[in-house]
Design a protein around this ligand. Structure first.
Ligand code: KIV
Length: 274
């Protein structure tokens, strides 16, 4: 008897993700910036691949996400999109691609969807970002919000510091989260806030909450792939967990290769042509 042809795995959509709210199935998200790592994450069953503007730090070596351009986001998103078969692909709107006007934001999101192949865009901010989120949702673009420690406001925060510890910060973050959800976002990242605040937001809004440095009560979690994979042996933020030591593995492989070349062990006859 011939086996039934295997079905391709169902694609993870914004609609499917939104329906997980309150259903107890946590959302797994990770950043990726190119085809190789997007494919590895996709094949591992990750739900959401986020082409984050964190690429400004982990790929480009800047000290913040602020220098990242829309062209660079489109480039990396397009590369990552070629590795994604099942996962939901979200692209970050970079700094100043949407803060000056709703029209700027609409055009920037259009490029990430049309040229980058993104399925949704992520926008930092809350009350201020709500008019743009509303317009994008009305235009058929799923939007993920981002509240709490929003890295594009690093200078206003005086550094990448936990937000929401004072009552005024707390009230602002709660208002931002409500505004993002009311504007129609299907999900929001909550970054670097006390876990009780993230839990309160998670219970209080209909949108999915995806935490990073926001405790275990969120509807899902996201990590920067470099932190998760241990690609930089010298860097581990408190909120991240390393699931590999790929930085050390890569260094060991480069060293072994260098030694083989220097000692004439690479290439062998088998690795050469007649
Ligand atoms: O840019 C990014 O990678 C992000 C995540 C940290 C959520 O926004």
């Amino acid at each position: 008897m011939s086996e039934a042809p295997s079905q391709p795995p169902a694609k993870v959509t914004a609609v499917a993700l939104a329906s997980r709210k309150g259903a107890g199935e946590r959302v797994v998200a990770v950043t990726a910036y190119d085809v190789t790592f997007a494919r590895l994450a996709d094949q591992a069953g990750v739900d959401v691949v986020l082409v984050g503007d964190s690429l400004g730090m982990v790929i480009q070596g800047h000290s913040s996400t602020l220098p990242v351009t829309l062209d660079e986001m489109v480039y990396h998103c397009r590369a990552a999109s070629r590795g994604v078969a099942r996962a939901h692909l979200v692209a970050d709107m970079p700094f100043m691609s949407y803060q000056a006007s709703v029209e700027d934001g609409m055009r920037a999101a259009g490029r990430l969807i049309k040229e980058g192949g993104a399925h949704a865009v992520k926008v930092e901010g809350g009350v201020d970002a709500a008019p743009l989120i509303q317009r994008l949702v009305a235009a058929g673009v799923p939007v993920m919000g981002h509240v709490g420690m929003t890295p594009q406001s690093v200078h206003a925060f005086g550094g990448f510091k936990v937000q929401g510890r004072t009552s005024s910060q707390r009230e602002k973050i709660l208002a931002d989260a409500r505004a993002v959800a009311d504007a129609g976002a299907y999900a929001m990242v909550i970054e670097s806030v006390p876990r009780k605040l993230a839990a309160e937001i998670t219970l209080g809004v209909p949108a999915l909450t995806i935490g990073i440095g926001a405790g275990a009560a969120c509807d899902g979690q996201v990590l920067v792939m470099h932190d998760l994979l241990g690609l930089d042996p010298a860097w581990k933020p408190r909120f991240a967990r390393r699931y590999g030591k790929l930085g050390e593995a890569a260094q060991a492989a480069f060293s072994a290769y260098a030694a083989d070349v220097r000692d004439g062990r690479f290439p062998s006859d088998d690795e050469s042509f007649e």
